[in-house]
Ligand binder design. Sequence first.
Ligand SMILES: [Zn+2]
Ligand SMILES: [Zn+2]
Length: 331
Amino acid sequence: MRNDWKMSKPPATMRAMVFEQVGAPLRPVELPVPSPAPNELLLRVEACGVCRTDLHLLDGEVAIAQPPRVLGHQVVARNVADGRRVGVPWLGWTDGDCSQCRAGRENLCEHARFTGCDIDGGFAEYTVADERFCFELASDEPPEQIAPLLCAGLIGYRSLRMCGDAQRIGFYGFGASAHILAQLVAWQGREVYAFTRSGDEPAQALARELGAAWAGSSDEAPPQALDAAIIFAAVGPLVPVALRALRPGGTVVCAGIHMSDIPAFPYEILWGERTIRSVANLTRADGIEFLELAAQAGVRSHVTTYVLEDANQALGDLRAGAFRGAAVLVI
Ligand SMILES: [Zn+2]
Ligand SMILES: [Zn+2]
């Protein structure tokens, strides 16, 4: 395997799906294969996960400063030089010396660059990535199994960490991220309460299959007060809904990069030392810790795969909630 990869000399050009402007579909183009700078690896992409953040980029809710841009920030790839498999996550580069980086919060780096947003990502046959921000990956798993771990799993894990030692954890929205985290939480002996859009039976059934203690619609109250809740859906009105489901001292964690406006709510549902917080990006330490735990817990991704040229279809299906689990481009 390794030798095969080493022998395959990259061609001059590659296929890629490119973001050009807000509101327009990604465009299939032929681009030059990029050249790695010092510190960078030239990577042959095997698979790349599709994330809700990609929808926010398409819709302009999260801005791409310098289009055109190759999207995709859950990249499973082989290093062309030696066949090693690596994962490229959302956090693509930090300066390492701003006050946030120095305080161990590289996820909040003032000059961070993000894969598939500020740097070209994995919706392409090849990409380059700063080796310092790549994760070592197991070589024997199908690439589409690993891809959803790299953002859905990883940023979900950071959100879970913010729940502390909560035993009863509500998940609002049961898609790519929640279906991975539910397995980890169940493995840890804690309870998941899965809330979906009203009538989303397939997602509720998946939650139960993956060990959730309870699954229902987000307009239902849980059978017991929650110690914490993670809101995966980009839906601001879920914040007061989740607050009402919490015991005193509990935390609501907003896991997404964008959310619709949070409506006003009475102070009494926050009172009792309840907390609302967001989670932004990831640190490399989060990634290393999560990938190890996911392997120990035997986490499996439920994946719908698409070929590269069907990236727009995958994004449309994600928007429509047309599949359970995660979407991955296999390249
Ligand atoms: Zn993502
Ligand atoms: Zn920094």
